[in-house]
Design a protein around this ligand. Structure first.
Ligand code: HEC
Ligand code: HEC
Ligand code: HEC
Ligand code: HEC
Length: 390
């Protein structure tokens, strides 16, 4: 190859690199259905595909009426532009592959999707595409801990934020949260700040969220730079409190001594399953990056028919598999295991080292939502053991 041709090729590759990366990211975002929940620039989804878009419209319609809205989950999802401007790239790469609960007041979590490491890197780079260098500040200092605690308490950060299980002296009744709106629900647990943000990004955010992104939900703090440094250092070194005991994940599956009918099981599915599982065509559009397949939990025939794969084969969710459990029950139990790090209510943080237990286990159900209560899992197990009768 001539030198000139080689240089020409190298330039062509350089010229293509940026748009190709953006295209890569757009295709990846589409594959995992990220835009079903998050607003994603350049990826449009119809109302019929957008979980949060459709749910917001439902909540909006119920506003001012006496009856509660029919949806509580996946009404909001964090703004990805704001996340990309402040969160570290290595944190994003790990979070996308192995999410954990970051917002104690939001029951739903980022669903565990089958995101590969390579795709997580593409997505993290895309998320960080607009970050500008932030002004450098002093390194966090433990000497500022107590002074920082005082500023943090004075400016009322704890109205919205928790910090592990630390008692910050503020308790908002759940009814009052509605009035505070989206910012109160979406405020992260500040115990993760030291893992999620670089010290300079944390400082810039605390000084002025709007200076990091005009899309911040968090109100301006109006702190002086000196006070912002104290607060940042408080967040870096504060004790997150005593760990809560993890909820037990060993469930009683002994069959009940009374008959359980499908109507009873159907009520459980209605609550949190059929919104993702009422498909019959084997090509479920909301596959979220999993192998396309469909499962119809809205009817007895559907539950008995099991999973229809895109290649036309079927598999049962009621017959025990190699583990000795019906896949339906196994998925519900798995969600109880995952919940120890996926669904952590305020002040119930186990503060356990965040390690991914059994990374290859099939993802628990309901995806991204709190586990089905133990009594209901037992009802379903009983129904299956009695022959899955109408
Ligand atoms: C079914 C809805 C849903 C889908 C699909 C989804 N997310 Fe999320 N995502 C959430 C929710 C809810 C949270 C907030 C969880 C929490 O903080 O506890 C979240 C959190 C995040 C965060 C952390 C933001 C922050 O400020 O803490 C990032 C980054 C993210 N999602 C990116 C993605 C990407 C990229 C995809 C596609 C691969 C995706 N999400 C798909 C619902 C979803
Ligand atoms: C076209 C509108 C629409 C779309 C799109 C939509 N939903 Fe829903 N969703 C609803 C309605 C209406 C209800 C309440 C129905 C009821 O009362 O049974 C609901 C209820 C739910 C519930 C049970 C109530 C709750 O808050 O826990 C879940 C879970 C749910 N949806 C998840 C999703 C997910 C995940 C997606 C995206 C993959 C999605 N929905 C997309 C309209 C929609
Ligand atoms: C009205 C509610 C509210 C108040 C009050 C509030 N925040 Fe926030 N904060 C938020 C929300 C919402 C976010 C998530 C990012 C966004 O704005 O979209 C956030 C994000 C943060 C983050 C980034 C955390 C992460 O893990 O991503 C830090 C640090 C932070 N806030 C510190 C503070 C401090 C310090 C105070 C008090 C000076 C404070 N906040 C007051 C709502 C609030
Ligand atoms: C947010 C959407 C969502 C919700 C809510 C949800 N699922 Fe799923 N479910 C999925 C996706 C996506 C898959 C494919 C995952 C895979 O292939 O591992 C799946 C797979 C399954 C499977 C395994 C099918 C197979 O291929 O073997 C079962 C069983 C199941 N779900 C049951 C439930 C039950 C029961 C509920 C309610 C308690 C529920 N799901 C709620 C999205 C959801």
């Amino acid at each position: 190859m001539s030198a000139r041709l080689a240089i020409g090729l190298a330039l062509a590759v350089l010229a293509c690199a940026a748009p190709a990366a953006a295209q890569d990211a757009t295709a990846t975002l589409r594959r995992y259905g990220c835009a079903s929940c998050h607003a994603v620039e350049g990826v449009r989804v119809s109302r019929g595909q957008s979980c949060t878009g459709c749910h917001q419209a439902i909540v909006e319609r119920a506003r001012g009426r006496a009856s509660a809205p029919a949806v509580r989950h996946f009404v909001f999802a964090p703004d990805l532009e704001a996340a990309g401007r402040r969160l570290r790239e290595d944190y994003l790469v790990s979070f996308l592959q192995d999410p954990h609960d970051a917002r104690p007041r939001l029951e739903e979590t980022m669903p565990r999707l089958p995101v590969t490491e390579a795709d997580a890197r593409v997505l993290a780079r895309w998320l960080r595409r607009d970050t500008r260098p932030l002004p450098a500040g002093p390194a966090p200092s433990r000497a500022n801990l107590e002074a920082g605690r005082a500023v943090f308490a004075r400016v009322g950060c704890a109205v919205c934020h928790e910090l592990g299980n630390a008692d910050l002296g503020v308790r908002i009744p759940p009814e009052a949260l509605m009035g505070l709106g989206r910012a109160a629900y979406e405020a992260p647990n500040l115990r993760h700040v030291r893992d999620r943000l670089d010290p300079d990004a944390a400082l810039a955010w605390i000084e002025s969220p709007r200076s990091v992104t005009p899309r911040a939900l968090m109100p301006e703090t109006n702190l002086s730079r000196a006070d912002a440094i104290l607060v940042r250092d408080f967040l870096w070194f504060a004790d997150p409190g005593a760990p809560a005991a993890p909820a037990s994940s060993s469930l009683d599956l002994r069959p009940l001594s009374r008959p359980v009918r499908f109507a009873e099981v159907r009520r459980i599915f209605d609550r949190s399953c059929i919104h993702c599982h009422a498909h019959t065509d084997g090509q479920s559009a909301s596959a979220l990056g999993f192998e396309p397949s469909s499962l119809d939990l809205s009817s007895l025939e559907g539950v008995r028919a099991g999973v229809l794969a895109a290649d036309g084969t079927r598999r049962s969710i009621l017959e025990p598999d190699a583990s000795g459990l019906a896949p339906l029950v196994a998925r519900l139990l798995r969600r109880h295991e995952e919940a120890a790090r996926d669904v952590i209510p305020s002040r119930a943080d186990t503060l356990a080292p965040i390690a991914r237990a059994r990374p290859d286990a099939p993802v628990g159900m309901p995806l991204g939502l709190p586990p089905v209560p133990a009594d209901d899992v037992r009802r379903i197990a009983t129904w299956i053991s009695q022959g899955a009768l109408p």
